[in-house]
Write a protein that binds this ligand. Structure first.
Ligand code: ZN
Length: 377
């Protein structure tokens, strides 16, 4: 657990993230800390290369409390690996959670040792001489972040894979692993639109479908962090891998939706972007089904905000409308879906890389004084 100094440092860093560029005196006012305490914490954070003064030194000289300070986005980066059904997304992010560069690495095998060894090699090549502060790994399914273990990932067929240990050994970096849906809800809290919401449900629909639940500002994980599996909510009439009929994931997954169109979901999306009405109608149809699950989750959990990460909703306004009207029709507690049902703050092109990087950025913003010294440049 972070100590008191560390939690004061985290408070200052979070205030600079949220309000920067911002004067130290304003940080003191916002955080309720003394100006001297903020100046001390700022100095420690600046020494680690996490914050910096911005703009010209108009008056007062170095260290003047009214010179705005901000997150240092030039000095450090974090690395991220998102592991999907058919490929990994390898990304480098700045400390504001923005993608600097990313690349897609198709799986050479779904066997975990071979896959992780390969993607670690690709990451090293991608990084070149950059030394990131750490590596975040995001993946769907059941993930135990305390152990860095992927407990179960149905579409990859993984059980109890020690992803954190394996990638730490291959990369030499500090590694954190979490489910991509929890990672994205953290990214929303740090860098997105729902920073101040105390209760949030995040619904992720890709090849894996899962949810993250935040109450009192904290993500609920439960024993072994198994919370959030909504793959087998009953929907439609397709049989799933467990022999049920009509489960949510098997009905709306990227693969299922691609098969409906006789192609891949990315092709459907590309056709829709090019103006193909049938493709856009197909995506709106998926958004409607996702809306049915969203309405159900909304009534079970009653969050301030429900966020959806799904390619159609992230790309086409009519998909977001279809999602919201389904929630409006079915939910008894959601009074205003226009305000409380939102698309992810991150675009379809960046969302997987952001999820991965956020796993490591969460560690830095939670306990900045634990930033590894070897990462200093
Ligand atoms: Zn099922």
């Amino acid at each position: 657990m972070p100590g008191r100094q560390s939690s004061s440092a985290a408070t200052v860093l979070r205030a600079v993230l949220e309000h920067g560029p911002v004067a130290r005196s304003t940080v003191a006012r916002l955080s309720g800390m003394s100006a001297a305490a903020v100046t001390r914490q700022y100095a420690g954070l600046a020494g680690l290369g996490l914050v910096t003064e911005t703009g010209r030194l108009a008056r007062g000289g170095l260290g003047h409390p009214h010179i705005p300070v901000d997150i240092d986005v030039e000095n450090h980066v974090v690395a991220g690996i998102h592991i999907a059904h058919a490929q990994c997304t390898v990304a480098v992010l700045d400390l504001r959670g923005r993608i600097r560069a990313q690349v897609s690495v198709p799986h050479v095998s779904t066997e975990p040792l071979a896959l992780l060894h390969h993607v670690a090699q690709q990451l090293r090549a991608f990084l070149g001489s950059q030394v990131p502060l750490g590596l975040g790994v995001a993946i769907g399914g059941w993930v135990d972040p305390d152990e860095g273990v992927v407990v179960e990932h149905a579409s990859l067929g993984w059980h109890d894979v020690p992803v954190g240990d394996l990638l730490a050994r291959h990369t030499g970096l500090p590694v954190r692993v979490d489910s991509h849906t929890r990672a994205l809800v953290r990214a929303e809290q740090l860098f997105g639109e729902v920073r101040s919401a105390e209760s949030v449900v995040h619904l992720f629909v890709g090849n894996v479908v899962d949810a993250a639940i935040v109450t009192g500002g904290v993500t609920h994980r439960g024993p072994r962090s198994a919370a959030g599996d909504i793959a087998h909510l009953p929907f439609g009439d397709l049989a799933c891998g467990r022999g049920h009929s009509g489960c949510f994931e098997v009905t709306v997954s990227d693969r299922a939706w691609g098969e409906r169109a006789g192609t891949s979901i990315r092709d459907v999306l590309a056709s829709g972007r090019a103006g193909d009405r049938a493709a856009r109608a197909l995506m709106a149809e998926r958004a409607r089904i996702v809306g049915q699950a969203a309405a159900l989750l909304f009534d079970v959990i009653n969050p301030e905000v429900l966020v959806v990460t799904e390619l159609g909703v992230l790309t086409f306004p009519e998909c977001l409308s279809a999602l919201r009207s389904e929630v409006a029709e079915r939910s008894t507690v959601c009074a205003d879906p226009g305000r409380s049902v939102l698309a992810s703050s991150f675009s379809g092109d960046t969302v997987l890389g952001v999820a991965a990087g956020a796993v490591q950025l969460d560690a830095i913003y939670s306990d900045p004084l634990a930033v590894p010294v070897f990462g200093l440049t």
